[in-house]
Design a protein around this ligand. Structure first.
Ligand SMILES: *Cc1c(COP(=O)(O)O)cnc(C)c1O
Length: 220
């Protein structure tokens, strides 16, 4: 199995403007290096410690995306190098990213995670919680984060119509936030949705970032 070939075929199947985050959780650094050598530079991890360890072993120009549930006591380990944080699921965590990023003079692109799945186990904000964040004075004063869009995970199911309707829901939330809070802001543009089993539907429904692991690197 040639990882470089799988990635390049996958990328050429995606419409222009849809970015691939190759999800490497549980996979060893050597496998990531193989993908890197084949020219892919954007990777996603969902555990802070694992991400930091891989960052230290691998080339500096890799763009690391954090796609998991973040705890505020661990934010500081990511801040020096992380390229984007996908799973902002509380005001508390956004504040923590802003505070730590300030210490490094960085502005970290962040995505607000929404709870679109029917499963109760998946993290995410409700629309009301997001409105509350975006309308607050505290948010207006945050200089070290940049809200760049939204992220969501669909229900794990074979029911494609259900998955599609959940992705549609996320796209609708994106549009609502865009028109209400970011109409003049070109940086608010990302919809991170779609994984190995549902990225084709996500792309049809307007995804701009797909997060794909097992289809590239094999099952975990
Ligand atoms: C693991 C993971 C993925 C990738 O899942 P695959 O089914 O292996 O493609 C995408 N997004 C998040 C948040 C993940 O935790």
């Amino acid at each position: 199995m040639d990882i470089g070939k799988i990635i390049s075929e996958l990328k050429s199947s995606l419409p222009e403007g849809v970015k691939l985050v190759a999800v490497t959780k549980t996979k060893p650094p050597e496998i990531i290096e193989e993908a890197y050598k084949a020219g892919h530079k954007t990777f996603g991890e969902n555990k802070v410690q694992e991400l930091v360890q891989k960052f230290e072993k691998l080339p500096e120009d890799i763009e690391w995306h954090f796609i998991g549930h973040l705890q505020s006591n661990k934010t500081k380990y990511l801040i020096p190098f992380v390229g984007m944080i996908h799973g902002i699921d509380s005001f508390k965590i956004l504040k923590s990213v802003n505070k730590e990023a300030g210490k490094f003079g960085r502005v970290i692109p962040c995505l607000l995670q929404f709870h679109i799945a029917r499963e109760s186990t998946k993290f995410g904000l409700s629309e009301e919680e997001a409105f509350e964040i975006l309308e607050s004075g505290t948010f207006a004063r945050m200089e070290n984060i940049k809200v760049a869009g939204v992220m969501g995970m669909a229900t794990f199911t074979d029911n494609k119509e259900m998955v599609r309707s959940e992705f549609r829901e996320l796209k609708a939330i994106f549009k609502k936030l865009k028109s209400s809070y970011f109409p003049e802001d070109p940086a608010f543009r990302e919809i991170s949705m779609g994984m190995s089993d549902d990225y084709d539907i996500a792309v049809e429904e307007g995804s701009t970032i797909v997060r794909i692991g097992s289809k590239i690197f094999g099952s975990r």
